[in-house]
Design a protein around this ligand. Structure first.
Ligand code: PAF
Length: 282
């Protein structure tokens, strides 16, 4: 496994891989790997001849006062884990390699970037699509792998790829959960012991929604209310939103039919967590 820090070097690798007619997979990450990342890496390893994992804590997707500076980083641990999964290249650029001081080029998927998580994090998805576009341009993957935990991110990236006639196939893999259901996330590291216990309420609220729907409830407002009550009853939790939407386009679904994405965001103490499930009635 080779660590690559520069754009010039990664371009050389990509040129060689393409010349050899090999398929290239990319797993874009911000590092601090957990089982969720490893599940993406394993799938990409199975699918592609050459596998690049990028590790880049992308400043443009963090808002003012968010956790860019404190976001967990541990390159030597990530490196060991990636090596065990037979990753070929880790691309770890410095911020200055990705963004020149006068950087001004951004890509935004309008509309979708301003709903749900985008309401409280208005520039977040613009930062995500910009860096993903840059990684796709540099690495030219045949396939790129993302986690369903960031369901809105995945929909936005698919839309960008489709609207801008981009090449990579976007593969979105299931959420990996802890034993009590908490979705794995690098940010779980911020939780104190007490907060960690409280955080299980997110998945419990999603299961509550699933039960309500299984019991015949089709009114999304009523399901949201039950979830909201449950989360509000947890003293360390502060709900940001519950959304019941079409999983393809994130349109709000007042009536639950066919297939819905139920997504939540909440703060547990100071840590903002997201989670979701898809309920399929078909
Ligand atoms: O999901 C993430 O870790 C990030 O948003 C991504 C896709 C690597 C872009 O920085």
């Amino acid at each position: 496994m080779k660590i690559i820090n520069t754009i010039a070097e990664i371009r050389n690798v990509v040129t060689r891989v393409k010349k050899d007619g090999k398929t290239l997979g990319l797993v874009p990450t911000m590092g601090y790997f957990h089982e969720g990342h490893l599940s993406l890496i394993r799938e990409a390893r199975r699918d592609c001849d050459v596998l690049v994992v990028s590790i880049f804590v992308n400043p443009t997707q963090f808002g003012v006062g968010e956790d860019y500076k404190t976001y967990p980083r541990d390159l030597s641990r990530d490196r060991r884990l990636a090596e065990k999964e037979y990753v070929d290249y880790i691309f770890v650029p410095e911020v200055s390699e990705m963004y020149a001081p006068d950087y001004a080029g951004f890509v935004e998927v309008e509309g979708l970037s301003r709903i749900m998580c985008g309401k409280n994090r208005p520039d977040h998805f613009r930062g995500v699509t910009t860096v993903v576009m840059k990684l796709f341009n540099l690495i030219q993957p045949d396939a790129a792998y993302f986690g369903q935990k960031d369901a809105q991110q995945a929909v936005i990236i698919r839309k960008m790829v489709s609207d801008l006639n981009m090449n990579p196939e976007i593969r979105v893999l299931p959420i990996v959960r802890e034993e009590d259901g908490l979705a794995m996330s690098s940010r779980n590291k911020y939780l104190s012991t007490e907060e960690r216990k409280s955080a299980a309420v997110l998945y419990k609220a999603l299961l509550k929604a699933q039960d309500e729907i299984a019991g015949g409830e089709r009114d999304a407002a009523k399901v949201s209310k039950k979830m909201t009550e449950m989360i509000q009853s947890e003293k360390l939790a502060r709900l940001d939103y519950v959304a019941i939407v079409d999983p393809e386009n994130l349109n709000t679904k007042p009536t639950i039919d066919r297939i819905v994405l139920i997504a939540i965001a909440a703060r547990i103490g100071k840590t903002r967590l997201i989670d979701n499930i898809t309920v399929n009635l078909r």
